[in-house]
Design a protein around this ligand. Structure first.
Ligand code: ATP
Length: 310
């Protein structure tokens, strides 16, 4: 999307698919004065996605219904990020919100895949379209950044470098498609809990800031094969996630024993990403990981894919 969005006809309902994000490189610096950690990350959007549907409602208000993965555990009121997003669009447009939002979740909750941020990005786009709000890219990005560090990337999708607290994006022209097996677990890790553990481990001299994203960016831009990518994956939160949930180590080792090129904690975990050579390898690897047990669910995904406002 570029410039202003100005849909022609009024909409009865709008549905958008919003991808999960992974961080093939996640460098975590020290906490800043505002409490956020400085990040040097490379995001990639993958084909695992939530669907956000917005429909007009007769009465004023924002009504949220949720189906799918972890639906019962999520707030449907103001604590839901999609609710906050709808409110922001209405505020921007100077209207009273009257919308029914339905979130069909496939992205595991609190799994390090930015499911909540994806729903927020989806709600921004769906509400702007539903209400015919002319909103430029820069303004949409500003609203997104106010909702959370990962929300701007969830709008755009593709591949991008993220700096600041992750919200300052530089697009990367990735040439190719990479295939992953996404293994969810029975546990959850809240992102603040994981940052706290990173800080605690650093006080003990464990871990450092991997600030240099150039090698992996060059690999994506040159269409490197999966073997090369496997050697370049970085996650400064991995030790913290495994320290909080030691059972992740056996899931990771199991996947490697089954032939994964790499095992990578997704964001702050506890979802584990296994890199495959190609789609055929990914299908076989997913089957073997499922049979081995230890994961709650096992999905196939590829990236990069576009976001709802790409
Ligand atoms: P990230 O990788 O962005 O740190 P995450 O993928 O680990 O996040 P989310 O699935 O985004 O985690 O959920 C984090 C918390 O956000 C949940 O525990 C939940 O209570 C809250 N939340 C609010 N709205 C949503 C939503 N629409 N979907 C999922 N979680 C939501």
């Amino acid at each position: 999307m570029s410039g202003q969005t100005a849909p022609a006809a009024p909409h009865a309902g709008v549905s958008v698919d919003v991808p999960a994000k992974i961080n093939p490189h996640l460098g975590v610096g020290d906490p800043r004065a505002d409490g956020y950690h400085a990040l040097s990350t490379v995001y990639q959007a993958i084909s695992l996605h939530d669907t956000v549907t917005a429909e007009k409602r007769e009465e004023p208000g924002i009504e949220i219904t949720i189906s799918g993965e972890g639906a019962g555990d999520l707030p449907t009121g103001e604590a839901n990020l999609a609710h906050k997003a709808a409110k922001l669009v209405a505020l921007y447009a100077g209207i009273e919100p009257a919308v029914k939002l339905h979130l069909n979740k496939r992205i595991p909750v609190a799994g390090g895949l930015a499911g909540g941020s994806a729903d927020a990005a989806g709600a921004l786009v769906a509400c702007a379209r539903l209400w015919d709000v002319a909103i430029g890219d820069a303004e949409l990005h500003r609203l997104a950044a106010g909702l959370g560090s990962d929300v701007p990337f969830c709008l755009k999708g593709g591949t991008a470098i993220g700096t600041g607290r992750g919200e300052e994006l530089t697009p990367v022209r990735a040439k190719g498609t990479w295939h992953w097996v996404v293994a969810t677990t029975d546990t959850r890790i809240s992102t603040p809990e994981c940052y706290k553990e990173v800080d605690r481990l650093r006080e003990d001299g464990i871990g450092r800031f991997s600030s240099d994203v150039d090698p992996i960016v060059r690999a994506f831009e040159s269409g490197a094969d999966a073997d090369t990518l496997a050697r370049l994956l970085v996650n400064d939160m991995e030790a913290a996630a495994v320290s909080l949930r030691p059972q992740l180590a056996s899931l990771m080792h199991g996947g490697l024993e089954e032939g994964a090129l790499a095992a990578h904690v997704s964001g702050s975990g506890p979802t584990i990403l296994f890199l495959a050579t190609d789609v055929k390898h990914a299908v076989a690897l997913a089957r073997r990981i499922r049979m081995r047990g230890g994961a709650r669910s096992v999905h196939l995904a590829h990236g990069p894919v576009d976001g709802p406002a790409a």
